[in-house]
Write a protein that binds this ligand. Structure first.
Ligand code: V07
Length: 249
């Protein structure tokens, strides 16, 4: 007989070493459209179910003790999708925060954003800023949404920022990896230890190219709306079975 989700969760939790958790988990949440298509539903239904998965994964990550969870919510490429779909996607940050913000505040979760918020519709900017503001002093898990994010854009902007600081005399001395990192959207956050991508695509798709240099990569054919806490726990368990050497022997 097939195990229930609860039993499977218990088994996985018993196998996971709480001392060796990935501090930072990043996720490319892919497959919402295909999930919907296979059910004869509109793509928006896939995105709506995807938000439910976000709730479950945030809650599981928090309970597990993960310190930073980064979710790729909207890429700089996603503007090329049909207007109705972009509009629907742009309703999700508000929808999510309206329902979840009290719980995030309560659970000491700190909301953070990476990407360029200036091109987002003003109501989205407002909702997201409220989320940042309401959780500003929280010290628990960092819930980091990549919104209008693209890694090459991030790197080019870092170069521009650094160049300006050098020209204006604000930065003196050598340009090291550590100095450069301070100009990325992820300044102050550790690099991801584990990247998860759902729905059977095996690409980075312009996500955290600099930051993923040494990360363990974990792929599943499961579509994001079907992804659940047991998949996350399995990814963490598999991560713990791998040996990370950072180029050393
Ligand atoms: C989005 C749901 C998850 C599947 C992938 C695409 C659709 C949560 C947010 C969000 C973003 C910022 C924020 C709070 C919540 C979100 C977009 C799409 C654009 F402060 N899910 N989700 N934003 N999807």
């Amino acid at each position: 007989m097939e195990n229930s989700l609860e039993e499977r969760e218990k088994e996985l939790l018993a196998k996971i070493d709480p001392e060796r958790l990935p501090g930072h988990v990043a996720i490319i949440m892919d497959g919402n459209g295909r999930w919907a298509k296979e059910r004869g539903l509109p793509r928006s239904a896939g995105h709506r179910q995807g938000v439910e998965t976000v709730r479950e994964i945030v809650s599981c990550s928090h309970r597990l003790g993960i310190k930073v969870l980064t979710l790729f919510a909207f890429s700089t490429e996603n503007w090329k999708r049909p207007a109705w779909e972009v509009n629907y996607l742009m309703s999700l940050p508000q929808q999510y925060l309206k329902k979840e913000l009290p719980k995030l505040v309560e659970e000491n979760v700190k909301v953070n954003l990476i990407g360029d918020p200036s091109r987002l519709p003003p109501p989205v900017q407002k909702a997201v800023n409220q989320g940042l503001e309401a959780t500003r002093n929280n010290t628990g898990m960092v819930l980091n949404f990549a919104l209008n994010y693209g890694s090459r854009m991030e790197i080019v902007r870092a170069v521009q920022g650094l160049l300006a600081d050098i020209q204006e005399g604000r930065h003196k001395g050598p340009v090291t990896e550590e100095v450069f990192s301070r100009y990325l959207f992820t300044a102050g956050l550790p690099d991801p230890d584990l990247l998860i991508r759902t729905s059977g695509e095996y690409r980075l798709s312009n996500f955290l190219l600099w930051q993923l240099a040494y990360s363990e990569l974990w792929f599943t054919r499961t579509y994001w709306p079907d992804f659940n806490r047991c998949h996350l726990l399995q990814a963490v368990y598999d991560y713990q079975q791998r040996e990370r050497r950072f180029g050393k022997i």
